[in-house]
Ligand binder design. Structure first.
Ligand SMILES: NC(=O)C1=CN([C@@H]2O[C@H](COP(=O)(O)OP(=O)(O)OC[C@H]3O[C@@H](n4cnc5c(N)ncnc54)[C@H](OP(=O)(O)O)[C@@H]3O)[C@@H](O)[C@H]2O)C=CC1
Ligand SMILES: O=C(O)C1=N[C@H](C(=O)O)C[C@H](O)C1
Length: 265
């Protein structure tokens, strides 16, 4: 995702900082992103490179697409060092991320899904929950999500949407999300195109009445990564404008970006 977001930034005509934090395995290597040679920085050199980037690229917004296992360490680093950030990475201790960002006063957009159309659906569910709390009381919920086999955690988007369903009265334990990570099941059960096995996000939420006479189904299926990459650029532009105007509110999500009319397409 980091690569896709960087490509989208270049496509949008933004200056791509030619450094990227990476895992320890590939540090030192340069990667071509739309003609920009981006050097992968070892975790031990993060602070040195940050100082350099601050001098050479003032106004930089950090974009984080890493792993649930490192998301908290990264978020702490951005908060402690006042690095404005767009956090697309899911998992980890989300309350801690939000708490540290709030306390530090860093500008940030934090969201489990940057795809504007998916965020619109997410917003619709939030509005439905706010407008009709308890409207699905007594009904049951089934959630199935399929992602590339490398995805380490349950879908952050599904978790966000489940919170809305819970406010509508549905009882659901997050451990009951059905995770599909195997190719045969992805193709057979979820109908994921074979060429999307390495990058897809298929979600289905099925709500059923106690007697089975009413069924609601919500589905969002995404093939590839482009929709998130473009939304990430929207989020970075949004954050830059908030920093520019010295906005009092500093912590945002993608619903804020969408509501602010900051989607380019
Ligand atoms: N908000 C959204 O719209 C979206 C969110 N996501 C989420 O983004 C996250 C990343 O997804 P995806 O790109 O598919 O995952 P990948 O596994 O493809 O990429 C993760 C990358 O993080 C790097 N990495 C590991 N440790 C560190 C570290 N300490 N500092 C910096 N980089 C590190 C890895 O490098 P190496 O291989 O060298 O270890 C790897 O390149 C997931 O949580 C996913 O769910 C994904 C799509 C959309
Ligand atoms: O890892 C992914 O691919 C995705 N992760 C996000 C999530 O966990 O919700 C967003 C989308 O589902 C793609």
């Amino acid at each position: 995702m980091g690569h896709a977001a960087a490509e989208a930034a270049v496509r949008a005509g933004l200056t791509l900082v030619p450094f990227s934090y990476g895992g320890p395995t590939e540090s030192g290597r340069a990667v071509d992103v739309g003609g920009v040679q981006v050097t992968l920085v070892h975790p031990d050199e993060k602070l040195d490179v940050l100082h350099r980037v601050r001098e050479e690229y003032p106004g930089t917004v950090m974009v984080d697409y890493t792993l649930p296992s490192v998301v908290n360490g990264n978020a702490t680093f951005y908060s402690e060092n006042s690095v404005p950030f767009v956090m697309g990475t899911t998992g980890g201790d989300r309350d801690k991320i939000m708490r540290e960002a709030t306390e530090s006063g860093v500008y940030a957009v934090i969201a489990p899904n940057m795809g504007k159309q998916i965020v619109a659906l997410q917003t619709m569910l939030e509005l439905m929950a706010a407008q009709f709390p308890g409207c699905l009381s007594g009904y049951t919920l089934r959630v199935v999500e399929s992602h590339q086999a490398t995805k380490a955690d349950a879908s952050g988007t599904a978790i966000a949407n489940i919170h809305s369903f819970q406010r509508m009265g549905l009882e659901f334990d997050l451990s009951n999300i059905e995770l599909v990570r195997e190719a045969a099941e992805q193709i057979g059960r979820m109908q994921v195109p074979e060429d999307a096995l390495n990058g897809h996000a298929f979600h289905t939420y099925t709500v059923t009445s106690p007697d089975g006479s009413v069924t609601l189904e919500f589905k969002h299926n995404v093939v590839g990564r482009r929709v998130y990459a473009e939304g990430t650029v929207d989020a970075a532009l949004f954050l830059a404008s908030k920093i520019g105007e010295g906005a009092e509110k500093r912590l945002y999500n993608m619903v804020d970006v969408l509501s602010g009319g900051n989607m380019r397409s």
